[in-house]
Design a protein around this ligand. Structure first.
Ligand SMILES: NC(=O)c1ccc[n+]([C@@H]2O[C@H](COP(=O)([O-])OP(=O)(O)OC[C@H]3O[C@@H](n4cnc5c(N)ncnc54)[C@H](OP(=O)(O)O)[C@@H]3O)[C@@H](O)[C@H]2O)c1
Length: 347
């Protein structure tokens, strides 16, 4: 049986880590790679991944050129965070009859911020008989899917609180930049105003996904302003020499209002040196308190969840899907991915 053929769209930190992981998986073959970064285009994927051998796959900036030469079943998409920006990229992939798993945060539950684009994507995916899923560790798992799974043992729920605390020194450079590590307070405030610092994207999507799973009538999501975490003393963290008063990272909160009452509160903190944990509290019957310590590593977890969903997406119904619509998430340690090709929906 032929392998599951994968195209990597966006060979950055996450797309690259997924590609590296997939190159080692039996039954999967990477048949193409796309990126617009001029320093990557034309180079062998192996060179960009720094794995010490050539893969024979040249990075191209043009998906049409890649797919007119190569066969693919699925695209792993990891470029940017807003659906409006990635929408044309996802459409291109679907028009080539590719299933898509994307790390785009807004795609994890697009109905809250981009309902029209979501509906267009759903129609397009159904027309081409493929499935589209936005997922990752957060949004995609910790602050939504895991919470939803825990609610399955509750008879009554009054309020849900989730706190994720991440030590940013253990995360990738693009993540550290996104949270303003090393900036002065003035630079930070300017970057927030100009939206060069967006902080964590996805709190709104996670709240909406939880509310939808519980059939709660979500009236409003209040996303609070991003707060800087400031260093009280000079500290060294790897390559960073942080002065007193400089930014170590951020704190962010979002609140979901149901029947006029705060019913879901998500809090995300990411800063250098933070003591890490993920905590989910469900006030209800029964009362549930779950703590994962240290928190699930975002990059490792994202590579895993994207890869583990390949078999599930190949056999899922066509259309735009979210994590709450899919079978129970799990790791996949089958001998090969090939067996899932036979489960593929008929085109
Ligand atoms: N849901 C989750 O849990 C989760 C987890 C991890 C990451 N993410 C998200 O996934 C995305 C990728 O993360 P990352 O850290 O890998 O980012 P990154 O290192 O910046 O990599 C993105 C790559 O995609 C390229 N790119 C941008 N626009 C493109 C386009 N139109 N066509 C082809 N390639 C394009 C970029 O090139 P240039 O550098 O030239 O722009 C870059 O090489 C981010 O939005 C991140 O926030 C989500």
């Amino acid at each position: 049986m032929s392998p599951v053929n994968v195209v990597i769209y966006g060979v950055g930190e996450i797309g690259g880590a997924i590609a590296k992981f997939l190159l080692e998986k039996p039954g999967v073959s990477i048949t193409g790679a796309v990126d617009i970064d001029k320093s990557k285009v034309g180079k062998d994927l192996g060179e960009i991944l720094n794995i010490g051998y050539k893969t024979g796959i040249k990075i191209s900036s043009n998906i049409d050129a890649v797919l007119s030469d190569a066969k693919a079943d699925i695209a792993i998409h990891a470029t940017t965070s807003y659906l409006r920006d990635v929408y044309p990229q996802i459409c291109e992939l679907v028009k080539w009859n590719l299933n898509v798993i994307s790390t785009c945060e807004e795609l994890s539950y697009p109905y809250i911020s981009e309902p029209e684009l979501a509906s267009k994507l759903d129609k397009l995916a159904k027309k081409h008989s493929v499935a589209i899923l936005g997922t990752g560790i957060n949004p995609g798992f910790i602050m939504d899917t895991l919470v939803i799974a825990l609610t399955s043992v509750c008879q009554k729920i009054d309020k849900i609180n989730v706190v994720r605390v991440v030590d940013a020194s253990k995360r990738r450079l693009s993540f550290q930049r996104k949270i303003g590590v090393g900036l002065t307070l003035k630079e930070f405030e300017r970057a927030v105003t100009s939206q060069n610092i967006t902080g964590h994207i996805g709190l709104k999507q996670s709240i909406a996904m939880i509310a939808s799973a519980l059939s709660w009538n979500l009236q409003e999501v209040q996303v609070k302003p991003i707060e800087p975490v400031i260093s009280a003393t000079p500290i060294e963290f790897g390559d960073y020499q942080i002065l007193r008063g400089q930014v170590l990272g951020i704190k962010q909160q979002a609140i979901g209002v149901i029947n006029g009452k705060e019913s879901i509160r998500l809090e995300f903190q990411a800063y250098l040196g933070a003591e890490e944990y993920d905590a989910i509290t469900i006030h209800g019957v029964p009362e549930l308190r779950q703590k994962i310590q240290p928190c699930i590593h975002g990059d490792i977890g994202t590579v895993a969840i994207i890869t583990n969903f390949i078999p599930k997406i190949l056999s899922a119904p066509a259309g735009l899907l979210t994590m709450k619509d899919l079978p129970l998430p799990s790791a996949f340690f089958g001998e090969t991915f090939r067996q899932f090709k036979s489960l593929k929906r008929k085109r």
